[in-house]
Structures are given as structure tokens and as C-alpha cells.
Design a protein around this ligand. Structure first.
Ligand code: GLU
Length: 420
């Protein structure tokens, strides 16, 4: 990846700084380190679509394959108004470490379209998704690159992608995407997988720290597929959810929020704001309120040098990708705060994506209880491997997780060699 300013974003700076630090710790071969700093391929496409009012809108889309040394590339597709090539490249790099850390036979990828999906109608979203898929069609495939949902996309998006790809192939190809609706080859438990994985990671963190998760005060930034599910599962386990937020703002009640009632409120009003018995709070304020566990599960770069010293939680569980900048990481570490890093904490999503892909390739589907127990096993083992490495090396969990993920990819490069 270049360091030019036209190819720059806070997230890319974070990803490159993390890689450089890890390379130094691992005493990585210079050639391998250099290869890992650059994506293997990056595609930028224009997506012209017919809008409901008859005009033509043109959007910009990206798909980046960071590397495919351990297998086909894997990673989500995000629809967001500020997404750009640098951000997608950073997120693709994180997927490489995440898949390697979780022992999945995948390289890392990511896609994005620069659009605010809330401003498009359902028809416009379908047009956008189908044309984006057509534009990147040579880049994706069940043994090449497999997209999945991410911010701003969902099961319906994946169904449109799968249909568009399948139509060009003249046959149904379920393995081209994961996170599909159940009826067309999705997996039981995929929708909840990221949130559920966070809960398993938190259980392990609490166990190692000699704490009980029950009764803990937890604040969650983001109430979508990741934060919303994590909040509901933790609330059901007896945790006290003191604050939650979504794009429009947050709510707080230090005695706890009834998540089932909040879900009904969100279904009726479209957001968490105005939930009876709570105080309004901004997304920034939520991060620094008194609580014991903080789960940033929305956008990236929210924990920064200017607020890290005011975070009250003793555990930060990263549901989002890259929510903490490297400067903030140092502050949190010096303050003794346990950070469960994104590539471990939110890996439940891609783990169950892998289960979905395997089930689809075999045309044989597992029960939800089987998915859940396998997910728990994978998350618990990965957490314990990372914890043990952090203890051995005297580092924080992020450093250990990156060491493990980067080392595996580097090992793959080493043994495969440099072509030609
Ligand atoms: N978008 C999710 C992530 O960032 C899931 C990716 C996938 O399932 O491929 O990990």
C-alpha cells in the first residue's frame, strides 16, 4: 500500500501501523512485510443506476483482495457515505489477520459502495447491488472471493448478489456469498453470529480476569446486527445494559435498560432515541460514561487520543472493525484496560460465514445448536490462544492476536514462495 496522501484514511494508518509494529515484533522477513503492506488487487468501479425519479445516479464501488495466500478471499461489503479505497483496503487487511487468526482457509477482502443506503428506495438498492455485482463479477466466486454483509448491507443484499452472479453463470451458485437468507442456502445462526461471538469472547475475558459477567454494567455503541444482538444476549444473561446508541444518538439509564422493550420501541420508531425512562446521550458521550464493559459496535476510529483517557470501562470489546486508533491503544494499555481486539472479538461473523460456505458446498445443513456450539468452541479456543500468547510475550491482547494472524499469513507466503 502506498503512503501517498490521496490514498490515506485514519483506518489505513491504523492498519499499517499495526502491521509495522507486528512485523517488528515477529522480526518478519523484509520481503514478506513489504508484500503484506500492499493489497494483491484493488478494483474501483462506477455504478450507474436508474433512480426512482427517472434520472441516472452514478455511485463509486470498491472491492479489494488483500491477499489469498491461505485460500480464497473473504470479507464483507459495506454501504456507507464516506467509504473510500483506503478504508476498504485497510478493512481487507484486517480480514486477512482475522481469518488467519481464526484458522479459516481464507485470505482477506472487503468491498464498499460510497452511498447512504438509508437515502435509497428498495428498488434503487436492488439496482445498485445488482450493477455493483455485475461490475465486480470477475473478482468474485465461490473459490475466488466470497462477499458477506457488513455495515449498511444485509441478507437481502446478499440474495441480490447471489442471484445476479448465478444468472450470469446459468446455474445457482450459493457459495458466492455468505450471510444469505436461510431459504436460499443461508446458515442458521449467521445473523446472530457476530454478536454471539462477542459474548463468548467476553465470557473468556471475564473468566481470565476472575470476574463474573452477570450483573456487569455494559454500554453498547451501535444497535444493529452486531451491537443489537450483543446487547440482547448479554441482557438475557443477566448483564445490566446501561447505555445504547445508534446513528441518530444514544440513551442512558444507570439502572439498566429493558432490551426487549427497547427492541419494540426501535421497531415502532426506527431508533433508540426517546425510549421512556432513559436520558438522551450522544454517541461520543456514551463512550466515556461510567460502565464496566464498553462495546464499540458501530463505526471505526471512535476511541482516539482525545477520549481514551476518559474511558471508564475496564474491558473494551471491539464489535466494530478498527474502532481504536493506535495512539488510543497505548493509552488504554497504560491504564490497564483490557481490550479484546476486533480481529478476535467480532470474528464470530466470518466464522459462521465459513460454516455457511462449507454447508453450501456440501449441500448439507447443520442444526442451529450445532452451529452455536461450534462457534463457541472456535471463539473460546482462539481467545485462549491469544491470552496465552499475550501472557507469554508480556503484551496486550491486540498485539498477541496480530502476531498470531500475521505470522500465519507470513508463513503461507514463505512456504509458497514468490512467483515467478
Ligand atoms: N463483515 C464481517 C466482518 O467484518 C463478516 C465478513 C464475512 O462474513 O465474510 O468480519
Amino acid at each position: 500500500m502506498t503512503d501517498k496522501s490521496d490514498f490515506d484514511s485514519p483506518m489505513l494508518r491504523t492498519a499499517l501501523a499495526q502491521l509495522d509494529q507486528t512485523a517488528e515484533r515477529l522480526q518478519l522477513d523484509q520481503g514478506v512485510h513489504e508484500r503484506l503492506r500492499h493489497p494483491r488487487r484493488a478494483l474501483v468501479v462506477s455504478i450507474p443506476i436508474q433512480m426512482d425519479n427517472g434520472t441516472t445516479g452514478v455511485f463509486t464501488g470498491y472491492r479489494v483482495h488483500h491477499n489469498s495466500v491461505l485460500g480464497p478471499t473473504k470479507g464483507g461489503l459495506r454501504y456507507a457515505p464516506d467509504v473510500d479505497l483506503a478504508e476498504v483496503s485497510a478493512l481487507a487487511m484486517l480480514m486477512s489477520w482475522k481469518c488467519a487468526l481464526m484458522n479459516l482457509p481464507y485470505g482477506g477482502a472487503k468491498g464498499g459502495v460510497r452511498v447512504d443506503p438509508r437515502k435509497l428506495s428498495r428498488q434503487e438498492l436492488e439496482n445498485l447491488t445488482r450493477r455493483y455485482t455485475a461490475e465486480i463479477i470477475l473478482f468474485i466466486g465461490p473459490d475466488l472471493d466470497i462477499p458477506a454483509p457488513d455495515m449498511g448491507t444485509d441478507e437481502q443484499t446478499m440474495a441480490w448478489m447471489m442471484d445476479t452472479y448465478s444468472m450470469t453463470q446459468g446455474r445457482t451458485v450459493p457459495g458466492v456469498v455468505t450471510g444469505k437468507p436461510l431459504i436460499i442456502g443461508g446458515s442458521a445462526g449467521r445473523r446472530e453470529a457476530t454478536g454471539r461471538g462477542i459474548v463468548y469472547a467476553l465470557y473468556q475475558a471475564a473468566r481470565h480476569l476472575g470476574q463474573d459477567l452477570k450483573g456487569r454494567k455494559i454500554a453498547v455503541q451501535g444497535f444493529g446486527n452486531v451491537g443489537g444482538v450483543a446487547a440482547r444476549l448479554l441482557w438475557r444473561e443477566g448483564c445490566v445494559i446501561v447505555g445504547v446508541s445508534d446513528v441518530k444518538g444514544g440513551i442512558w439509564n444507570s439502572h439498566g435498560i429493558d432490551i426487549r422493550q427497547l427492541e419494540a420501541h426501535v421497531a415502532a420508531t426506527g431508533g433508540v432515541a426517546g425510549f421512556p425512562g432513559t436520558e438522551p446521550i450522544s454517541n461520543d458521550e456514551l463512550l466515556t460514561q461510567p460502565c464496566e464493559v464498553l462495546i464499540p459496535a458501530a463505526v471505526g476510529s471512535v476511541i482516539r487520543a482525545d477520549n481514551a483517557d476518559r474511558i471508564k470501562a475496564t474491558i473494551v470489546a471491539e464489535g466494530a472493525n478498527a474502532p481504536t486508533t493506535p495512539e488510543a491503544d497505548v493509552i488504554l494499555r497504560d491504564r490497564g484496560i483490557t481490550v479484546i481486539p476486533d480481529i478476535l472479538c467480532n470474528a464470530g461473523g466470518v466464522v459462521v460465514s465459513y460454516f455457511e460456505w462449507v454447508q453450501g458446498l456440501q449441500y448439507y445443513f447443520w442444526r442451529e445448536s450445532e452451529i452455536t456450539s461450534r462457534l463457541q468452541e472456535v471463539m473460546t479456543r482462539a481467545f485462549n490462544r491469544v491470552w496465552a500468547l499475550a501472557t507469554k510475550e508480556g503484551t496486550d491482547l491486540r498485539t498477541a492476536a496480530l502476531m498470531e494472524g500475521v505470522r500465519r499469513v507470513a508463513e503461507g507466503y514463505k512456504v509458497r514462495g514468490l512467483y515467478p
